[in-house]
Design a protein. Structure first.
Lengths: 340, 245
């Protein structure tokens, strides 16, 4: 339904490099990447706020590259929600409907139905400044959904919220997605958010989409070494692979921290750093000068008396290989669009 | 110890405050003892006409400054272009030029077209006062989050609609306070008007003329009336507008 084809854009300190992407109708697509990777810029290019320097955007088969934002029917919820401060919640939600010249009754019905579904009926007469972060978020989503957009663009929608509000909104978002059946592109830097919401994910690093695919697959076995690095996995290359006695003939070997276990025997390592979290613990190990991140439990750390300087043995339960070029999907997407 | 600092700051701060307030109070108080001349002046048709001229021309000046200044302020806030700092510099120039020189420049440029007529008064006022509206409008638009405009666009508003429904209402407090400054600056302009358009006589010119011809006694009442009118207008405008926002 949405197809980006070789999008290039240079804007301020941000860059989009040759981005091609397909988003299917009705799907909840996650665009994951570190801050500064150009995710927001990509959303704003899709919305039509910025014109790409090169490349094409297709929506339902139609080339919309030159269309202004008001003609695209793509709704955008920025990170700060951008509620109109001089308008009431009701006027915010009805803003797009009024422009569509619907009659008052119709507008009233849509606004009230949406407000009911999103649980903000009691806020309609209030000004945005009096709302909490979570309430503002709901209003922003209601305002976007009111126009029945072809795509809903969400920029870090949960990043300004406290943990409780966030997990409630994530559950609600899933429900709304089912209820309203919108197509969404959700930008985030949080794996947790991605995991709990997404179906497919595109990982964006430094202005490039490095990998696209099923969320669980991309997370468990990334094919691209940059993605693996962003996910926090151990990357080994060259001589270092031999150090670990892994016999594999590939440029890169990826080991997930949770696949490195501290055990009775195996490879000797020195503990360099221990970071205790609520349930889990991050440990940095030094194997012959090679630093490895391992993930274990707090219980394990306490039981085995592991502290900085301890000598331990590690086992590698699992590993896989990765390449360093953007996967081939990019060229595939663009070929198709040329044909269609 | 901190209390001492507070007191020193308060004392230092009151100096300028008193320096501004005392002459105004003095002028008004002194006039109270000479009510007769005040009434005499107030019934003088020349005086009434001059007051009408002053406020009429100032109001028109403000209107013109708004019509042309708001779009310029928007451009300065939103666009990036070559020589933008030059444009900004030009906007600020009138503030640093002596006003008699402004009069000379205008006269050299437009000669008879503005000599001794309403257009002359308005051109002089506009030159020295438009910067306030332009700069306040610019600051007002700068304070409007661009994302608000982006969202309005995606919701279906064209550029002009976005400007009218989002940017302008949000920048309005700043624009109005700029317009009030322009109005005030126009009323207080003397130097350029003196050179360009001595006639039709404005109140501020009449103050000088009466002072030179009849002395303090007769220039004082017009000054009092001018001050009371200006203060009333500004206080009311600011008050009304603050209530509206």
């Amino acid at each position: 339904m949405l197809r980006l084809c070789r999008i290039k854009k240079d804007w301020k300190e941000f860059k989009l490099r040759n981005i091609s992407l397909d988003v299917k109708s009705g799907e909840y697509f996650i665009l994951l990447g570190p801050s500064g990777s150009g995710k927001t810029l990509l959303l704003e290019v899709i919305a039509g706020i910025h014109k790409p320097d090169e490349g094409k955007i297709y929506l339902d088969g139609e080339d919309i590259t030159e269309k202004p934002p008001e003609k695209r029917n793509i709704a955008y919820v920025p990170q700060n929600y951008a509620l109109f401060p001089h308008l009431s919640v009701y006027e915010n939600i009805s803003y797009g409907l009024k422009l569509r010249k619907l009659d008052k009754k119709e507008i009233d019905e849509i606004v009230k139905n949406l407000a009911h579904s999103l649980g903000i009926s009691h806020l309609l007469h209030r000004k945005p400044i009096t709302l909490s972060g979570g309430e503002q978020q709901r209003v922003a989503i209601a305002r976007a959904l009111a126009i029945k957009p072809k795509i809903l663009l969400l920029d870090e929608p949960f990043s300004n919220l406290d943990v409780g509000t966030r997990s409630k909104l994530i559950r609600d978002m899933k429900r709304w997605h089912e209820e309203f059946k919108f197509t969404a592109i959700h930008v985030t830097h949080s794996f947790d958010e991605a995991m709990s919401l997404g179906e497919r994910v595109g990982v964006m690093i430094d202005g490039r989409i490095e990998e696209v695919g099923n969320l669980k697959e991309v997370f468990s076995t990334p094919k691209n070494v940059k993605v693996a690095e962003f996910l926090g996995y151990n990357i080994l290359y060259g001589e270092k692979i031999k150090d670990l006695k892994l016999s594999f003939d590939s440029k890169y070997v990826v080991i997930k921290p949770e696949d490195i276990s501290i055990s009775e025997d195996g490879i000797e390592a020195i503990v360099e750093h221990v970071e205790l979290l609520k349930f889990s613990a991050n440990v940095i190990l030094n194997v012959n000068g090679l630093k490895l991140k391992a993930l274990t439990t707090v219980d394990e750390i306490l039981k085995n008396n592991i502290e900085v300087g301890s000598k331990v043995f590690v086992r590698i339960r699992n590993f896989f290989t990765a390449g360093d070029s953007a996967s081939t999907f990019t060229t595939n997407v663009c070929k198709e669009s040329v044909n269609s | 110890m901190r209390r001492d600092v507070d007191i020193i700051f308060a004392v230092l701060g009151s100096f300028l405050l008193l320096y501004i307030a005392i002459p105004i109070i003095f002028l008004i108080l002194k006039q109270c003892f000479d009510f007769e001349t005040l009434l005499q002046i107030l019934s003088d048709e020349e005086v009434l006409n001059s007051l009408k001229n002053t406020f009429l021309t100032s109001a028109i000046t403000t209107l013109i400054a708004l019509i042309f200044g708001v779009p310029l302020g928007y451009i300065l806030a939103r666009w990036d272009f070559m020589y933008k700092s030059l444009v900004q510099g030009i906007v600020d120039v009138p503030i640093v030029i002596p006003h008699s020189v402004v009069g000379i420049m205008l006269l050299v440029t437009f000669s008879n077209a503005i000599l001794d007529n309403y257009l002359g008064i308005i051109s002089a006022m506009l030159f020295v006062s438009a910067s306030f509206t332009i700069n306040s409008a610019r600051d007002g638009f700068l304070s409007v989050d661009r994302k608000l405009e982006y969202v309005a666009r995606t919701l279906g508003a064209g550029k002009l609609k976005t400007f009218l429904t989002i940017s302008l209402p949000l920048a309005l407090p700043s624009i109005v306070s700029g317009a009030i400054m322009t109005f005030a600056r126009a009323i207080s302009e003397v130097g350029a008007i003196l050179v360009v358009a001595y006639y039709p006589k404005t109140a501020q010119i009449l103050v000088i003329e009466y002072f030179q011809n009849f002395g303090l006694k007769y220039s004082m009442p017009i000054s009092v009336v001018l001050i009371l009118l200006s203060l009333t207008i500004f206080v009311t405008l600011r008050y009304v507008f603050r209530r509206l926002c």
